[in-house]
Design a protein around this ligand. Sequence first.
Ligand code: BES
Ligand code: ZN
Ligand code: ZN
Length: 502
Amino acid sequence: MDVRVAAGDLAQHEADVLVVNLFEGVTSPGGGTGAVDQSLGGAISSLIAMGDIRGKAGELTMLHTFGKLRAPRVLVAGLGKEKDFDLDAVRNLSANVVRHLRKPGVKTVATLTHGAGIGGLDPQGAAQAVAEGAVLGGYRFLKHKGTGTKDDDRGEIATLVLVEHTAGKVASLEAGVARGVLLGEATNFARDLANAPSNHLTPGDLAQQAWEMAARSGVECEVLERADMERKGMGSLLSVAKGSHQPPKLVRLSYRGKGGEGYDIALVGKGITFDTGGISIKPAANMEAMKADMTGAASVIAAMQAIAALKPKVDVVAIAPCTENMPGGGATKPGDVVTAMNGRTVEIINTDAEGRLVLCDAISYAKELGARAIVDVATLTGAVSIALGDVCFGVLTNNDGLAAKVEAAAAAAGEKTWRLPMFKEYDELLKSDVADMKNVGTRGAGTIVGAKFLEPFAGDTPWVHLDIAGVDMADKDKGWVSKGASGYSVRTLVNLAVSLGG
Ligand code: BES
Ligand code: ZN
Ligand code: ZN
């Protein structure tokens, strides 16, 4: 979708649809909506008077203009109560509008900035939110829909124009739009990777996609092969790959905005391209969802695309340990003991707790590369959905300062987070009789135990663990979230890197 800013009056604009807006409780619209209302002979005001349009959040009313305007249709979007209106509402509304207008005959849409100048929102931020929401709301995964797809299903808005009546404001709004588009596109890239079936996205394919993105974006890419991992002693990561015919890959992407030593931040993402559970095999029901057990890797890879485009003055490395978790003849068996890169021995009690086994070596690798802070992102535990549902993701840390920065970055992205405790009492649960630690606890506190497993690998390095297993896949469209892979955490990671760059 092409998103643009143009100077002029919305009421005079030529497009397939003009989108105007209305706060709840307003009886006589002003501004751009008022001008469109006047051109329509007061049609919007009369519908408000009749009670057919109330401006409630989510209310969308399509009017036909029958020659009164250059545009044949006007969509009146309810903004809800002015006091509840914020950038998250703008982003969600924009996504919902784009989905609503997905129909034959709608190719060009023109709108006000849904908040530039209203509701007290920063105009550039509002323009960004409109663009971001539009790109995110326009997303669909149609790659494998071949014959039999109706044309209606394929209708797309080609152009969205934000019409601004003060010409002097256009440049600033354009900057907001550009940022919104690139954040939206990076998120959609992560969604494409996560929605891909595992036979179309093996660890090798994922590494290839990272490589191609890096080449497009001017980011350095290195892919460690099994032999490289063996040389580095990544026995924990390799133990997960043993049951699969697909070779594991460890992707490293480096962005240098400062050009210093080491890295200000490492973004580490779990890349299990399919998680059967291994020998501790999962039940058949819903196992197909485990094609998305690599959304952490997808997020860190996609975040690098946006970071490279935004060019913050910060040095960032993304690390994605990628493998399948399969129960093949060579697979790791419960009770096996492996040695991780940092020398720690791990007794593998449950081969389905594989995410922590690949992440611990990736965290050690981040430290070897000189990371001064580490954020890992993973679909680590089913328990996080029991605790938090699909409303927010879990944040666990050894450093309150870094966690606060991650939380601020998430809030700016419209992604909700919730902190879970890391009391030392939980360490008990991972004690093993035969090795330095085991990979699962007994029962209870599953998400905390997952983080507790990783904590000693981070050691003294400030570290934040994001458990996104509750939010990474959505069962329906909702605001900026699209059905299927949601793309959660991509914009949080980008905002974080940008904030660290000053
Ligand atoms: N990939 C799963 C976690 C998961 C579950 C993600 C549901 C998304 C939806 C992870 O590898 C796993 O299987 N974790 C186990 C850990 C347990 C064995 C301690 C789990 O959550 O059951
Ligand atoms: Zn698992
Ligand atoms: Zn998993």
